[in-house]
Design a protein around this ligand. Structure first.
Ligand SMILES: Cc1cc2nc3c(=O)[nH]c(=O)nc-3n(C[C@H](O)[C@H](O)[C@H](O)COP(=O)(O)O)c2cc1C
Length: 237
């Protein structure tokens, strides 16, 4: 079974991180607002509408009802299934957790926190149950990994990550908000198994999906120049 441990514990949203409230934006049924981008600010006046969706996406927290309808969830999944995929391995796996199913998930998150801190009373971790209710729809992201002569594991993980990104963009295009989170729970064998992942499958985190509770700011992007360069071929000696 593959249960890698992270080199450093990822940032966790155990308290539902309400400080992120300022980054939310209300659900809209129209295209997301244009963002400007001259010099990587938020201007985006020349972008076609589809590109505008990509440029204006931001992670949204906190989230509330309503979540996507079934037909909308189908579109979100369809977008995921259009991710690039070397060898047509289809490594993506998604487990939706909705409605009452979030209760047992929340209980398990409390169990896991208690097991990590055996000296502490259960009440110290009771708040972790809320994480399962942080959005109307929680999607566990998985990757089914297999040995392949031409497609190493990293490429299969990248394909699964690309699928998750397509989902976040589709969620945004539909006027909802999404947030991809991991945390120490995601590296726990008990959670992996409870979600029904096979030994060869890996849990890559959760997508929380719903309607942003609060309006937010236009997203900022890092400077292009710090992340892009032209390759200068080595000069002959
Ligand atoms: C694989 C992955 C795991 C993440 N896990 C967490 C997490 O556990 N907690 C958290 O606060 N942010 C996490 N993030 C970051 C958020 O999803 C989000 O990208 C970040 O807050 C920046 O917001 P933005 O997408 O609007 O730029 C994770 C991102 C990725 C790609």
């Amino acid at each position: 079974m593959i249960h890698p441990m992270p080199s450093a514990e990822p940032e966790i949203m155990t308290t539902l991180d309400l400080s992120r409230a300022e980054t939310g934006s209300p659900r809209s049924t129209t295209a997301p607002p244009a963002v400007a981008t001259k010099a990587n600010t938020n201007a985006n006046s020349n972008a076609p509408a589809a590109l505008d969706v990509l440029l204006s996406r931001q992670s949204q927290w906190p989230l509330t009802e309503p979540g996507p309808a079934d037909t909308e969830l189908d579109l979100i999944i369809d977008a995921a299934l259009r991710a690039p995929d070397h060898g047509n391995l289809r490594p993506w796996r998604f487990v939706t957790i909705r409605g009452d199913a979030r209760g047992p998930l929340g209980d398990l998150l409390v169990d896991l926190a208690c097991a990590r801190s055996p000296g502490e009373p259960r009440s110290a971790h009771a708040h972790r149950r809320q994480k399962a209710f942080a959005a109307p729809l929680v999607i566990a992201l998985g990757a089914a990994l297999k040995a392949h002569p031409k497609v190493p594991e990293i490429e299969q993980l990248l394909a699964a990550g690309a699928a998750a990104m397509n989902m976040l963009n589709a969620i945004h295009a539909l006027g909802y908000g999404g947030f991809w989170a991991t945390g120490p729970d995601c590296y726990e064998a008990r959670l992996h198994d409870a979600l029904g992942f096979a030994p060869s499958e890996r849990l890559l985190g959760f997508l929380f999906v719903g309607t942003p509770k609060t309006p937010g700011h236009a997203p900022t992007r890092p400077s292009r120049s710090e992340h892009v360069r032209d390759w200068l071929p080595p000069q002959p000696a």
